[in-house]
Design a protein around this ligand. Sequence first.
Ligand code: HEC
Length: 250
Amino acid sequence: MRIARIALMGALLGALVHTAPARAEVAAQSWSFDGPFGTYDRASLQRGYQVYSEVCSNCHSLKYLSYRNLEDIGLSETQVKAIAAAATVPGDMDENGTVHDRGGLPSDHFQPPFPNDNAARFANNGALPPDQSSLVNARDDGPDYIYGVLTGYVTPPAGYIVPDGMNYNAAFPGHNIAMPQPLQDDQVTYTDGTKATLQQESHDVVTFLTWAANPELEQRKRMGVHVIFFLILLTGVVYALKRKIWAAVH
Ligand code: HEC
């Protein structure tokens, strides 16, 4: 009797745990930064920055990145200065308590689109657009998942009711997402002549956001490869030494 009750409790608990919206399967994409020798495709990073700044930055902040970090993706010092200068940054406070805005400097952090979370929610139907500085790392299979969300605005299954102010998305957990589809074919015009399909734009912005969250990835992978080579070499030396030392013991 007691065992039956415990089993029943277990089953109920299991059912409860499973009621959280399961994440839909997302298809694995091929990324230049995959694998032990992975690197960031510089051209894709720059196109991705263009997509972020023209589209995503209207709603999503990227507050842990500084303008000068953009030199890592191949922008020149002059380009970075111009990008920073176009931003409005809260500056010094005068004796009356008024904060005077100033133009941005390369050392400033990316300025957020909204002054605070309440303003961001108010502008987005109550939903908060998450900061994108580490979004890729905060989600399982981040790059594939974000690519899945960006390309996942499909017609809902027959009979599916999309709540007011929501959009159907195949990849988003629970399928109802407050973000309207942000990218379409030709949403941006690439300066390098690449055709701006929805897939290309999504691929580029995900590459950029992966770099934003993991700027040290290339260095880390290079270090990993060096360590492996060193260990292989060391094993050889130690083995040769062992043979030499034990050669006399027979
Ligand atoms: C009009 C405002 C707006 C724009 C533009 C926008 N987003 Fe969003 N985004 C939102 C909101 C609001 C949410 C929160 C959705 C929710 O919780 O239902 C969101 C959520 C997301 C999520 C889901 C995050 C999660 O919690 O798993 C991703 C990924 C995302 N946005 C990426 C992007 C990218 C990349 C761009 C640019 C190509 C972009 N967004 C442009 C408003 C926007």
